[in-house]
Design a protein around this ligand. Structure first.
Ligand SMILES: [Zn+2]
Length: 192
């Protein structure tokens, strides 16, 4: 059993929860950023986090765990390993998610979707569209951190190991911009 505090501690211990002035993919600015790869570099942390996901869906007869590139691949693989099922990866192509390399998702398959940090829910929703296109039976979605404070409606069961309310600002009214704090774009080499 992992509590929300345990999950937060894993992010803090691995220096994955950053403080500063960040440009989010949504275009908003924020004083914090969850650099998931600093957690995902540790297989033992991934094992523990996915164990919690696997236990929450243990009775759901999951056939396939589906995760979006890039972090979702690691979580899908480890969760599937623990559940003893297949893992598939939803790769981005032309604004949507696809199964590439001829991989198959049969109609009626019981699918669990996993992802790392859910901010706007974009990647998660793209996975739901992919799952629907293959006429699968989605048992739910699991994320490590829901940064929306629980406000995203997915139309399916959502299990977030940690739910937080992201503090974010429109660029024109960002207090960090007013203070002229340097702005970083996460995912680039600027964030060290
Ligand atoms: Zn700003």
């Amino acid at each position: 059993m992992l509590t929300e505090q345990d999950v937060r501690n894993i992010f803090i211990e691995t220096d994955a929860l950053r403080r500063g002035h960040f440009l989010l993919s949504s275009g908003k600015h924020s004083s914090e950023y969850w650099e998931k790869f600093w957690v995902l570099q540790y297989p033992h942390h991934v094992e523990r986090l996915c164990s919690e996901i696997a236990s929450r869906f243990a009775d759901e007869k999951v056939d396939v765990v589906l995760g979006p590139t890039t972090g979702g691949i690691l979580l899908a693989f480890e969760t599937a390993r623990q559940l003893g099922v297949r893992a598939l990866y939803a790769e981005k192509e032309g604004g949507k998610r696809l199964l590439r390399r001829g991989l198959k998702l049969e109609p009626g398959t019981r699918v669990l979707i996993v992802d790392d940090i859910m901010t706007t829910g974009g990647a998660t929703k793209e996975c739901l569209v992919l799952a629907a296109e293959h006429q699968t039976d989605v048992v739910g979605v699991a994320v490590l951190v829901d940064r929306s404070g629980g406000t995203i409606e997915l139309g399916t069961r959502l299990e977030a190991l940690l739910t937080v309310e992201a503090e974010s600002f429109a660029p024109e009214s960002c207090p960090l911009c007013i203070n002229e704090t340097p702005l970083y774009s996460p995912g680039t080499s600027h964030v060290s």
